[in-house]
Design a protein around this ligand. Structure first.
Ligand code: SF4
Ligand code: SF4
Length: 335
């Protein structure tokens, strides 16, 4: 069961009880489930196997609570299998994390949110970025936009030094930091964690390449499973403006429900559409942004947060990837 156990300090990740339901269901069907994710590229509390297991335990994901092992799929040292990608956009080879590669079947349990690089961070992102090693993640990010540094805004919190996976930020004598741009792989995490708003990025630049790389990675991961051995469940609750790697605020819309499909594209598109149709969560950041600029979110709730992200262009890219269908039939079930 591939999921995200939540970054330390994020409180909007998938509730452990929801994961437990999936685990119990797999057991009832005769499977031997384990919950899994890979270490993060950025350096916070999920960067190494040890850090991530500790973070997962703090967030409620333990063997005792879940009734199955918690496995960090890329292991101690980023172990994985290099898989060739047919008709790739950008990445001809992708290193798939070892435990994902070895699994016989996979339930992709996603927590959809908005994201600076994707109109929806759901099943596709959970697979493409989440089932691969740091080496692959770095390749996916490397074609994206690099940040700029506004020195006057720096409050010397040094989060950039802490989270950057490639040492592109260094402390300088007398206080403050310097940015070594040539080392940057465009992961965007210093931007997310900068407490002074001193690190800025033109998110639009290179987005299609990051998205294309992630879709290539999805193909690589799918190639390691037999047909019919992957299913997707998306827990569309607590939908925040950014993903579970980042500190969370109020959701942008009320809880929508759970979605399930065998098609990763259909489930992401259906979730995206349901978010667009939903009312705005009172007192949320979205409500405040729309109050300031009422026309901003007229046609797309992504825009008030990530203005340069073109949702239509993303869906066109997804169609070209042939990973699934944008068309879907929504069958509503009340339990
Ligand atoms: S965007 Fe560049 S500088 Fe910032 S954390 Fe990522 S790699 Fe480091
Ligand atoms: S994260 Fe931002 S505010 Fe903190 S030291 Fe780095 S540039 Fe300065």
């Amino acid at each position: 069961v591939k999921m995200h156990f939540g970054e330390f300090g994020n409180t909007r990740y998938i509730r452990p009880i929801f994961a437990r339901w999936v685990v119990d269901f797999v057991k009832e069907c005769g499977g031997q489930p384990f919950l899994t994710d890979t270490t993060s590229l950025y350096k916070h509390h999920r960067h190494t196997l040890f850090e991530y297991l500790q973070c997962a335990a703090i967030n409620g994901f333990t063997y005792e609570g879940m009734g199955c092992p918690i496995i960090i799929a890329d292991g101690l040292k980023g172990t994985g299998m290099v898989i060739k990608v047919e008709n790739a956009f950008y990445l001809d080879e992708v290193k798939v994390a070892q435990a994902i590669y070895e699994a016989d079947a996979m339930i992709v349990l996603s927590h959809p949110t908005l994201h600076p690089e994707f109109p929806i961070a759901g099943a596709l992102k959970n697979v493409g970025m989440g089932c691969t090693t740091k080496e692959a993640k770095m390749k996916m990010h490397s074609k994206g936009a690099k940040p700029t540094f506004v020195v006057e805004a720096c409050v010397r919190c040094y989060m950039c030094v802490k989270v950057c996976p490639v040492g592109a930020w260094e402390k300088v004598e007398g206080g403050g930091v310097r940015f070594i741009e040539e080392r940057c792989v465009s992961c965007g995490d210093c931007v997310a964690y900068c407490k002074g708003g001193a690190i800025r990025v033109a998110w639009g630049a290179g987005l299609d390449k990051v998205q294309g790389g992630v879709l290539d990675a999805v193909k690589a991961v799918f190639a390691t499973f037999d047909a019919g051995k992957i299913a997707f469940i998306s827990i569309a609750t607590d939908i925040t403006p950014a993903c579970d790697c980042q500190p969370s605020g109020l959701p942008i819309v009320p809880d929508i429900g759970f979605l399930a499909s065998t098609d990763p594209v259909a489930i992401d598109k259906a979730t995206f559409d349901l978010i667009q149709e939903a009312v705005v969560y009172p007192t949320s950041m979205l409500e405040r942004k729309l109050a300031a600029n009422p026309t901003d979110g007229d046609d797309d709730k992504v825009k008030p947060f990530w203005a340069s992200l073109d949702s239509d262009a993303f869906w066109q890219l997804v169609v070209k990837s042939k990973l699934g269908n944008l068309d879907y039939e929504l069958v509503r079930i009340s339990l």
